[in-house]
Design a binder for this molecule. Structure first.
Ligand code: 0O2
Length: 223
């Protein structure tokens, strides 16, 4: 009863809201800091693309997508890792709250841009997984970097972690369909579909490198 009365009292609703907001504050702060890290990374990548465009009349980056992991996915991933989802644990455990996807036309561009970004003196490389050279068994290909990048707050410098995924347009097309397969349950003939997807991953890889070869040939043969 006491609870009902409290809820019916508009003043207490204000208190509950204030308490919720107070508890949510450190989480919202972490999300804001991750948004800032994404802005810094996106700017760095756009600078490189603009420079290539001006000097070589060529854009190695087709598009850049950024996202902060949504709260439900954060909690789900923490559960999967068996770690209680406190703000402190989330920050320590997850490397991909901030995520950038860099879509390039050709595999060579992926390595060129990733190498340039990796050597910038305010960036640290925490880990590098080359799923292009070593694809996952299902055929997934991308180059993943976990980077440390500084953001500058009123309280000083803070190093944020972010995951940067580099893919070609074709690898991204493949990964989107694979993602659908992953999140759909009770699919008939799932094994057969996975095998079809694996075959497509190989075909896509072949086309990626053949297209790159043609691009390079055009460069060599143009006067
Ligand atoms: P979402 O929904 O994209 O955020 P870790 O993140 O290091 O704890 P893991 O598995 O070692 O876990 O990382 P890994 O292999 O580097 O993969 C991280 C991300 O790459 C995934 O994030 C996906 O975005 C993508 N990825 C990895 N493997 C596949 C795959 O087989 N298919 C597709 N479509 N994407 C993949 P999340 O958090 O799993 O998901």
């Amino acid at each position: 009863m006491a609870e009902t009365n409290e809820l019916m009292n508009p003043g207490s609703i204000g208190n509950i809201t204030a308490e919720l907001l107070e508890n949510a504050k450190p989480f919202l702060e972490l999300m804001m800091q991750n948004e800032c890290a994404l802005r810094e990374l996106e700017t760095k990548l756009n600078v490189l693309n603009d420079e290539f465009s001006t000097i070589y009349n060529y854009n190695p980056i087709e598009s850049i997508k950024t996202r902060v992991k949504d709260p439900m996915s954060i909690v789900e991933k923490m559960n999967r890792k068996g770690v209680p989802a406190t703000v402190e644990n989330i920050e320590k455990t997850l490397n991909d709250i901030a995520g950038v996807r860099v879509i390039c036309s050709f595999p060579e561009d992926i390595y060129a841009i990733a190498d340039i970004l990796s050597t910038q003196d305010d960036i640290t490389i925490i880990s590098r997984k080359d799923y292009i050279a070593n694809p996952k068994p299902n055929g997934y290909r991308s180059l993943h970097l976990i980077v440390g990048i500084p953001i500058f707050l009123s309280t000083g410098k803070k190093i944020m972690k972010a995951e940067v995924q580099f893919r070609t347009i074709a690898m991204d097309f493949w990964a989107s369909l694979d993602h659908k397969l992953k999140y759909k349950h009770n699919i008939n003939n799932a094994e057969e579909i996975s095998a079809q997807l694996r075959e497509c991953a190989e075909a896509i890889n072949d086309i990626d490198y053949r297209m790159q070869e043609i691009r390079n040939r055009i460069e060599r043969e143009s006067r």
